[in-house]
Each structure stands twice: as C-alpha cells, then as structure tokens.
Design a protein. Structure first.
Length: 187
C-alpha cells in the first residue's frame, strides 16, 4: 500500500464559520426583510377603531387587509389611509366607484348605484345627511364610501372625509382574525 495514502487525513468542513453572532444576525435581518416585503405588498393586520361599521365590524376587532394588485369594487370593505381632513386610517364600505352614478334617497333610506337599488342587509341604522355635496357621477380616480352604521359614520357624506382617492386605499379587508369566536372571511 502506498505510504502517502495512509498518512493523508480526511478533513470535513462543517460550514461553521466560528462567527455564530454574524450568522444569526444575518438570518434575523433576512427574515425581517421578507416579513416587511410581505406586509408591505401583500397584506397587513389592522385594528378596527370605533363603531362606524357596526354590526359588520366591531371596535377592537383585528382584520387582515390585502393590497397586492387590488382595485376597489362596490361592496368591498376597505381600509383607507386618510380622508380629506383625517390623519388616521379608516375602515369603510365602497358604495360607488369612478364613472358610476350615485343617488341616496334619504327619505326612503335607499341607495342607488347606476339607477339600481343596492341590497344592503348589513346596514345597522338609518342613513343621515352629511355636510358634503354628493356627486351624481363619481369622478375618475375616486370612490364613495360609507360605514354600515350610517347614523354615526364619518364617511364620504361628510367634508371631513369626502370622496376617497383610489391611491389612498390601503387594501381590502378580507379576513377577521380576532376575536377568535368571530374568525372568518368578510363579505
């Protein structure tokens, strides 16, 4: 047998660099970057603040909001970054989108979009007039929103919120995650 063969040593590298702090830090930073990317472009968790969406959504409920490639549609529950004169995000229901005609009959408590009565079984109170002029046709790039608790909701009927610019829509509320007894999809 060749003498050199017997004296050769087999060295196995484990990949351990000796700097475990750097390896852990790199892993944590990578995970945080991935989570930030997912939370920015795909979904967010938001907290409902107030009773303007009662009985559909209640104060302090937690929702998952999706935003990736989302375009607001009639009936969607959306989270809006701010109204015309609001600094905080709000949760409302899309009533009409750009180009649609809108009529609210306050006497009969009915809402019409494109001359068709909207079926709104989710409404928990009467519709009150606001201080904003409601356009007959929703302008390009805008949506008209209202809360389900129409007696107290500060929404597009009021100057403080007004029509919402589509770019101010954070996303669609898709799923309730808290409280646990009400977990499920939102419609």
């Amino acid at each position: 047998m060749d003498r050199n063969y017997r004296n050769n040593k087999c060295i196995i590298k484990t990949g351990y660099s000796g700097n475990w702090v750097f390896d852990w830090t790199k892993s944590i930073v990578t995970i945080m970057f991935i989570m930030l990317f997912i939370l920015t472009f795909f979904f967010r968790i938001v907290n409902v603040d107030g009773d303007s969406m009662k009985n559909t959504l209640l104060n302090d409920e937690k929702l998952i909001v999706t935003s990736f490639m989302y375009t607001p549609a009639d009936g969607d529950i959306v989270v809006i970054s701010h109204g015309q004169h609001l600094d905080e995000p709000i949760v409302k229901r899309v009533i009409a989108t750009e180009g649609e005609t809108l009529k609210i009959d306050f006497d009969k408590q009915k809402v019409y979009v494109n001359d068709k009565l909207i079926d709104e079984p989710y409404i928990s109170s009467e519709i009150v007039r606001g201080d904003s002029v409601i356009p007959e046709i929703i302008p390009e790039g805008k949506i008209f929103v209202m809360g389900d608790n129409r007696a107290i909701s500060n929404d597009s009927r009021f100057n403080q919120v007004g029509l919402i610019d589509v770019k101010d829509v954070i996303g669609k509320a898709q799923f309730r995650i808290l409280p646990l007894d009400k977990i499920g999809y939102l419609y």
